[in-house]
Design a protein. Sequence first.
Length: 282
Amino acid sequence: MAIKTVGVLGCGLMGSGIAQVSAAAGYKTIVREVNDAALQAGLSRIKKFLADGVAKGKVTDEAQAKTLANLTGTTNPADLKECDIVIEAIVENLDEKRALYEAIEAVIRPDAILASNTSSLCITELAATTKRPDRFGGIHFFNPVPLMKLVEVIRSLTTSEQTAEVLKAFATSLGKEPISAPDRPGFIVNRLLVPYLLDAIREYERGLGTIEDIDNGMKLGCGHPMGPFTLLDFVGLDTTYYIANIMFDEFKEERFAPPPLLKRMVLAGYHGRKTKRGFYTY
């Protein structure tokens, strides 16, 4: 299947990044948001990222112009009718995703592929809410999308081999490195990463060391680009808490259970960089 036109549902942090790399790769890209304010905010994020790249000499003027020329924003689902693939990148809520899939399937072609950028929800369950479970799969990008090379491609019980191969080839065409991940909570990366982050919080609660010392220990001792608490603030404490709860509900293993401190920080609104307060203050 030749992909020429890409649709992206949601122009938030992840959706705008997916739209940007798709347009930069030469695809006609249409990103859809629920209202014009959200759409303009997302498009402005893309323009700022490109402009900053030009200012730093990392993006050429030609590449910036090409990306923006390939990019269109809309609030009307009908504008995605000619898309060959539509990637959903909205809030991690099954009911909202199901409602959006219904609206999109009413307008896109029967042979179009529908994919989700979910980081935690079951791909088989999402596929079952659609009329094209064989042409539905997971394609999990990482933040920030334009910079992170990895993409997890998740095949559900109903995803066809052809669909999985198209998703891998599409990821490669964006300059990404796709890996095949199982349809299990956390896939590969979060399945290994989340317990590590939760353990860091638990050990901090037990007095293992200061936040700064634990972060420096993992950076300087293990060569990690950032320590667990810096990473938690970057990913979002609320996001980590949400994923951990899904994984704990599935496996019922203590290592996936959110520590009390994480729960209380989320309840207090300390979600990390995006709220200017997490384990660090920004």
